[in-house]
Write a protein that binds this ligand. Structure first.
Ligand SMILES: [Zn+2]
Length: 153
């Protein structure tokens, strides 16, 4: 799944639980739950197998997605100020919600393709449920909208 829906749900967990002991493990666990929601992703893995690195278009999509995810995180963390505890929890949960994907960056972009990181990439690939782009984007928009609705209601 893209990073924006992951952080949207991670932040919703932070806002709604407000309790770090609950929110921190739950936001990390939510990553694996969302990877099980049928979705579309750029094909980093198969492109890396074929061309030695991800395609330019896939990289651009990933960068745009990261920028939106970071902007959403900073915006919502700012919105809950001056509740510093909540804002900090938002930053932590947002980071944890995408950590399982972020640790794959050296594999795809810095050619580190062995050992634990390779095992992790293989594992993460196996748990994804991939569908065609159109519906695979629709499901992710639904996750973002539902999470934002949850945050503000
Ligand atoms: Zn993932």
């Amino acid at each position: 799944m893209l990073e924006t829906p992951h952080v949207a749900l991670g932040i919703a967990i932070a806002v709604k639980s407000g309790n770090p002991w609950v929110a921190i493990p739950l936001s990390l666990a939510s990553h694996f739950l969302l990877d099980k929601v049928p979705h579309w992703n750029p094909h980093f893995y198969s492109e890396t197998q074929k061309f030695g690195q991800p395609k330019k278009i896939s990289t651009y999509i990933a960068i745009a997605d990261e920028v939106i995810a970071i902007a959403l995180t900073l915006f919502l963390a700012y919105k809950f100020m001056p509740d510093v505890n909540k804002s900090f929890l938002i930053l932590v949960c947002s980071t944890l919600s995408v950590l399982p994907d972020q640790i794959k960056i050296p594999y795809f972009f810095y050619n580190i393709r062995f050992g634990l990181i390779k095992k992790w990439v293989d594992f993460e690939r196996k748990i994804q449920i991939e569908i065609k782009p159109f519906w695979g984007i629709v499901t992710q928009i639904c996750v973002v909208v539902a999470s934002l609705f949850w945050i503000f209601n």
